[in-house]
Design a binder for this molecule. Structure first.
Ligand code: ZN
Length: 205
């Protein structure tokens, strides 16, 4: 058993017995990191990152996919990482049916895109327009699973960097959620929502 990982997970769990604590956790999201990240267990570098959530106290944390396979028995991320790799190799490839269901359920694609993708699923002969739509949906999936676009820390740092050249912006709020993110590993839904509002209101890129 990996001591560091189990210790970190136990800290965030209700039960203090590992065999029960691990059952409190379920899969939330899978992200692929271009920039090298460090796992909760200390493994470095990792690229396939899963966000897992505690069903009892709603804590959220990020763990390398290899570790959640091995220590928590959560394997939902595997199929997603296979599709990410496939689509990175070829923009016209198809994500797996499970992955289409996943991204739709997480509201990463619209009803139209979901129905379209299913309707062309096994097709090799399509119009240019259909290929374009398929490629667009594939790209949307890659963006949706990009750690760089989704990481809470990345968003916070983006705003703070922008604020350096926009000195009238008061950074107190962003600094305070940065502290809370460091403490909890993630922002709360509400904090993330506020942060996203700032990013879109000031058109920060
Ligand atoms: Zn790990």
């Amino acid at each position: 058993m990996h001591y560091k990982l189990t210790e970190e997970i136990l800290n965030l769990s209700e039960s203090k017995e590992w065999d029960f604590a691990k059952l409190e956790w379920s899969f939330e999201f899978a992200y692929y990191a271009e920039e090298l990240q460090k796992c909760l267990c200390g493994h470095y570098p990792i690229k396939n990152i899963c966000v897992i959530k505690n069903r009892r106290n709603s804590s959220v944390t990020e763990v390398g996919n290899c570790c959640i396979n091995k220590f928590l028995g959560i394997d939902e991320g595997n199929k997603i990482f296979i599709s990410i790799k496939k689509l990175k190799d070829s923009e016209t490839a198809s994500m797996s049916s499970e992955v289409i269901e996943y991204i739709y359920k997480k509201k990463g694609i619209s009803d139209f895109e979901y129905n379209f993708y299913k309707s062309i699923y096994r097709k090799r002969i399509m119009s240019d327009k259909q290929w374009d739509i398929k490629k667009r949906i594939n790209q949307k999936f890659l963006n949706f699973t990009s750690y760089e676009t989704n990481s809470h820390f990345n968003k916070i740092n983006l705003v703070l960097k922008w604020a350096q050249t926009n000195i009238t912006f008061n950074t107190d709020f962003v600094q305070s959620i940065k502290k809370s993110c460091q403490k909890n590993g993630r922002l709360t839904e509400k904090q993330l929502e506020s942060l996203n509002k700032i990013i879109s209101a000031f058109k920060i890129q």
